[in-house]
Design a protein around this ligand. Structure first.
Ligand SMILES: [Ca+2]
Length: 226
């Protein structure tokens, strides 16, 4: 095998065998003992909004956005106990939030047209049981970030799954009373994943380059005085 081809073959194999280049990413930040939006959670939300181009779609202060359905939980302005332990509103000048009242309940957000990213503030974290799950071909599970929860805490958690549309996201609360607020969701910029046809064309191009270089090298060596 010509050496040039030997050099290029691994590259070709890599290109042709490359999985989807877009991968699931999770952005999260936790603030221990927080009874209002903490710095880690706020920075995490800002980073998430910046990378997805998203914005808060649901703050529970008014009507539900079109195309969204929520099963489980209840909208309230009172979690029934201290904010750091049972949760609170995170909307500036707002008061309402969605309360997951513990008791091993699940809240499911269903999106009419599918989403590629989803995130929210979760507050009143006290038992390290909160988990987000969704299907993107396989079952994905994301635990809320937890640090020292002896005095409660709050977090922002968001995930981005470029190029995949997710029909629904479920939040399992365990026995922890948790407030959810300022929910962000939508379709992000879809990362370019070359299609098989493109990869095949690239492969042929690389082989052609290899052939041209080999031809040149052979002609050059033929001109060398023996
Ligand atoms: Ca709110």
């Amino acid at each position: 095998m010509p050496s040039r081809l030997k050099t290029l073959l691994p590259l070709l194999v890599m290109l042709l065998g490359a999985p989807a280049m877009a991968e699931l990413t999770v952005t999260s930040g936790f603030d221990s003992g927080a009874s209002s939006v903490g710095p880690q959670a706020a920075a995490s939300q800002a980073s998430f909004l910046n990378s997805t181009g998203g914005r808060v779609m649901l703050d529970f202060e008014g009507d539900m956005p079109a195309g969204l359905a929520i099963r489980g939980g209840r909208v309230t302005d009172d979690s029934g106990c201290r904010a750091a332990l049972c949760g609170f509103n995170t909307t500036e000048a707002g008061s309402q939030f969605l309360l997951a009242p513990g008791k091993k309940g699940t809240i499911t957000f269903t999106f009419g047209e599918g989403v590629s990213y989803f995130g929210a503030y979760f507050s009143g974290l006290q038992l390290a049981t909160g988990t987000l799950t969704f299907q993107d071909g396989v079952r994905q599970e994301i635990s809320l970030p937890y640090g020292d929860i002896s005095l409660g805490g709050m977090a922002f958690v968001g995930f981005h799954n470029p190029g995949k549309l997710i029909g629904s996201v479920s939040f399992y609360t365990g026995n922890d009373i948790i407030a959810i607020d300022d929910v962000v969701y939508g379709r992000g910029p879809v990362a370019a994943v070359p299609e098989v046809g493109t990869l095949a064309t690239m492969g042929l191009g690389l082989l052609a380059i290899a052939g041209l270089r080999r031809g040149r090298a052979e002609r050059a060596s033929a001109r060398q005085p023996v």
